[in-house]
Design a binder for this molecule. Structure first.
Ligand SMILES: [Zn+2]
Length: 400
C-alpha cells in the first residue's frame, strides 16, 4: 500500500481524544485504529503487540552490523478542537483559493506555501472536520516505511522500534509509556508540519493558579475596608509585561498567558501558563511572578495573593544537543530525498520533549501536513511519499 492509500484509510476512523475523559486512552475509538495498526504490523511480519495501556509497539530485528536501536513514533488521536468525522477529498491544485464548503476555505493569502503545490495533488477534508494529517500522516508514513523495510531483505538496517500512542492532543501521550521495556536508544516523533521541518527546540512550560483572597463588605460602608478580589486581580495582571503575551510574541520569544478566570469580590482565581525556550528566561519569568505576589502581599496583607507555580515540561534542546547526530542525520536524509531541511522552534511541547527527558531523545520530523487542528488542514500527497523516503534514508544512515 502507498502512504496515501494508508492515510485515506486511517483518517476515516474517528479517533478524537477527549480531555474530559478520565480513562486511558481517553476514547475507545483510538483503540480501534491502534488495534488495526497492530494487526497490520503483524501481517507484515513485524513483532508487534499492544500493551495494557493501548500503546502499540513494533520491533524489527537488525539485519546488519549496526548496534543502533532507533525508533519512530506517532500518535493516533486527533484534536478535540474540531470534529474528527472525516470524509477526505483529493484534488489537483491549480492555483487560487480552495473552497471546501461550509465556509471552510484554504485561501492563497493565508497559505502562501500553496504556490509550491500547483499542479500537485493535495488531500483535504470536506470542510466539516479536520483532516487528521496530525498525526495520521505520520502513522501512514511510518507504516509504509516499515512495509518497505520488511519486504526488501537487501535493505540494511539496525534494530528498529515503532510506537503508536494515543491522547497526544490532550497532553497525555506518554503518561503511561513504558520506557523501561522499550528497546530503542533514540529516535524521532513524526508529528510535525510542512515537509522539511525538523524540530528539537520546544518551550519550557509552567503553570499556576493565582488565588486572590478578598474581603467583602457592604459597598456602602466599604471605605478603607473592602478588598475587592476583582480589583486586586486586575492590579496583579496589569503588572505582568504587556509585551510578553502570546499576541505579541513569536519564534523564540516567551510569554505569560491568563487562560481561565472566575470569581467575585471575596475570592478571584485565574489560571496562567508561562512559556519560554530559554531556561534562564523561564526561571526569571517564574521569579517575576513571585516577586509581584510578594510586592502586592506587602501592600495588601500576607496571604491575599497565593500561587504555586508548577513546571509542566522542559525544552528538549539540551538533551538533543548531546545527541546532535539525530539532527545531522535527519538533515542528510532529507537532502538525499530532495527535501530542503529547515530547523524551526516549536512554540509548544511534544511527546518527544517528554520522552527526551525519559532518556529517549526524540526530535520531531515533518509529516508534510499543514493547518493542524483546523477544518482547512491539508496534506500534499507527494509529501507523504517523500517522508517515507526520508524515514528510510534515516534508517540507512543508522545502518552504518
Ligand atoms: Zn500531533
Amino acid at each position: 500500500m502507498t502512504a496515501k492509500e494508508r492515510f485515506l484509510k486511517y483518517v476515516k476512523i474517528d479517533t478524537t481524544s477527549d480531555e474530559n475523559s478520565s480513562r486511558f486512552p481517553s476514547t475507545e475509538s483510538q483503540l480501534v485504529l491502534l488495534d488495526l495498526l497492530k494487526e497490520e504490523l503483524i501481517s507484515m511480519g513485524v513483532e508487534a503487540s499492544m500493551d495494557k495501556n493501548g500503546y502499540v509497539i513494533g520491533k524489527i530485528n537488525s539485519n546488519c552490523e549496526s548496534k543502533n536501536k532507533i525508533c519512530f513514533i506517532s500518535h493516533v488521536d486527533t484534536s478535540p478542537a474540531v470534529s474528527g468525522k472525516v470524509e477526505p477529498k483529493t484534488l489537483v491544485y491549480n492555483g487560487g483559493d480552495i473552497l471546501l464548503g461550509e465556509n471552510a476555505v484554504i485561501s492563497e493569502s493565508d497559505n502562501p506555501e500553496l504556490k509550491e503545490y500547483i499542479g500537485k495533488e493535495i488531500i483535504t477534508s470536506d470542510g466539516s472536520s479536520l483532516l487528521g494529517a496530525d498525526d495520521k500522516a505520520g502513522v501512514s508514513e511510518i507504516m509504509t516505511a516499515v512495509e518497505y523495510i520488511v519486504s526488501h531483505k537487501e535493505f540494511l538496517h539496525g534494530e528498529i522500534y515503532i510506537a503508536f500512542t494515543s491522547d497526544e492532543e490532550i497532553g497525555r501521550g506518554v503518561d503511561h509509556f513504558d520506557r523501561e521495556s522499550f528497546g530503542a536508544d533514540f529516535g524521532f516523533t513524526v508529528d510535525g508540519g510542512k515537509l522539511g521541518e525538523i524540530e528539537y527546540e520546544n518551550f519550557n512550560a509552567a503553570s499556576f493558579e493565582l488565588t486572590v483572597n478578598g474581603n467583602s463588605i457592604h459597598p456602602g460602608s466599604a471605605k478603607n475596608k473592602m478588598k475587592n478580589a476583582i480589583d486586586l486581580f486586575c492590579e496583579f495582571h496589569s503588572m505582568l509585561p504587556f509585551a510578553e503575551r502570546p499576541v505579541s510574541t513569536e519564534k523564540y520569544e516567551g510569554f505569560y498567558m491568563a487562560s481561565d478566570a472566575e470569581g467575585g469580590v471575596e475570592k478571584f482565581k485565574c489560571k496562567y501558563i508561562i512559556r519560554d525556550h530559554d531556561a534562564k528566561q523561564f526561571e526569571n519569568k517564574k521569579s517575576f511572578v513571585y516577586s509581584v505576589i510578594d510586592f502586592l502581599n506587602k501592600k495588601y496583607g500576607e496571604g491575599v495573593f497565593v500561587a504555586d507555580i508548577k513546571d509542566n515540561y522542559y525544552n528538549m534542546a539540551e538533551i538533543i544537543r548531546d545527541n546532535y547526530h539525530l539532527i545531522e542525520n535527519a538533515e542528510k536524509a532529507m537532502r538525499k530525498a530532495g527535501v530542503e531541511p529547515v530547523i524551526v522552534p516549536i512554540r509548544g511541547g511534544t511527546d518527544g520533549a517528554r520522552l527526551s527527558f525519559m532518556g529517549l531523545p526524540c526530535p520531531n520530523l515533518s509529516t508534510g501536513g499543514l493547518n493542524f487542528h483546523s477544518r482547512t488542514e491539508y496534506v500534499p500527497s507527494f509529501a507523504l511519499d517523500k517522508m517515507v523516503e526520508v524515514i528510510l534514508n534515516i534508517v540507512s544512515e543508522y545502518a552504518r
